[in-house]
Design a binder for this molecule. Structure first.
Ligand SMILES: [Zn+2]
Length: 300
């Protein structure tokens, strides 16, 4: 998810707060429960030295990145990651304040994300976002099916041409769908903190995809199929679709049909029963396809 994160960790304002001191321990005692680490690497070293790398016994149940470059109260600028920790095996609440730099954020995010999976596992059966993700996933699947339908072979005259156009659309739409839905589901189960964000992101992308599918369908509808060209062979005018001989008619604007036949190598004669008219194309009377007649057409 890191490539899609848009907010910094210090930009999240979590509900309520957690006091950085254990109630039962006097503030003025060095009790081993309230820690201030001068840097992120120093904090990691502390974890190593004190066997705190087990996410179950060193359960991070809350984090708050307190960043204030110009505090109102005249205090020194702060850039602290506050971690509220329960040492579960002995019911012991502790607090860790880590002096951070902005450059520490990616490493801290990765570490917190890993820790989040432990907390998320505890609450996973109750996560309200699971249902929302399921709905978003179903919608995505439905839209993917719509995209797939674009791939269906087309019954147009120039199928290759049509296919190329649709392939381009499908590629575009698939790019928009991004990572597979199952990745997101997996992520939701593991990262409670980012669950709501993941659902919102998925829903936004679903809506975007829906718009794209709609627009693409409209674009396909607007395309006129190209018209294949009739040929002359052995004195016959051949339909490019069914191959029938002398089955092509000229249609006029009054939808009257005038049969054609070959007059010479590059001239076609038109059997006209009526006076002058506006030509409205050519069509094969055997297979009903529209065709193009690239020859000079003369009245008989
Ligand atoms: Zn035909």
């Amino acid at each position: 998810m890191t490539d899609q994160v848009t907010k910094h960790l210090w930009e999240y304002d979590h509900p309520y707060y957690c006091d950085p001191h254990n109630w039962f321990v006097p503030l003025d005692q060095d009790n081993g429960q309230n820690h201030i680490h001068p840097s992120w690497p120093a904090f990691l070293g502390f974890l190593d030295r004190n066997g705190c790398n087990d996410p179950d016994t060193f359960l991070v149940f809350r984090w708050d990145w307190d960043r204030d470059e110009d505090p109102d109260d005249g205090d020194e600028p702060r850039n602290d990651l506050n971690l509220s920790v329960m040492l579960q095996s002995r019911g012991d609440y502790g607090h860790h304040t880590v002096r951070m730099t902005d450059e520490d954020e990616p490493a801290a995010r990765a570490w917190l994300t890993e820790r989040a999976s432990t907390t998320a596992a505890i609450w996973e059966p109750l996560l309200p976002t699971a249902e929302a993700l399921k709905k978003a996933e179903e919608e995505t699947q439905r839209l993917r099916a719509a995209v797939e339908s674009f791939r269906a072979p087309l019954d147009w005259h120039n199928a290759d041409h049509r296919a190329r156009i649709r392939e381009g659309m499908v590629d575009t739409l698939q790019t928009m769908t991004g990572r597979p839905a199952e990745d997101i589901a997996d992520q939701l189960m593991r990262y409670s903190d980012s669950a709501i964000w993941a659902v919102e992101c998925e829903q936004a992308r679903t809506a975007e995809l829906a718009g794209a599918v709609h627009a693409s369908a409209a674009e396909v509808d607007r395309l006129e199929p190209p018209v294949a060209t009739a040929t002359i062979r052995d004195g016959w005018l051949l339909c490019p679709h069914c191959g029938d001989r002398d089955s092509i008619v000229q249609i006029d604007s009054a939808t009257r049909k005038h049969r054609l036949s070959v007059a010479s190598d590059d001239v076609v004669g038109r059997h006209m029963a009526h006076g002058d008219f506006v030509v409205d194309g050519y069509q094969c009377t055997t297979c009903d396809h529209k065709v193009d007649v690239p020859f000079e057409v003369q009245p008989d």
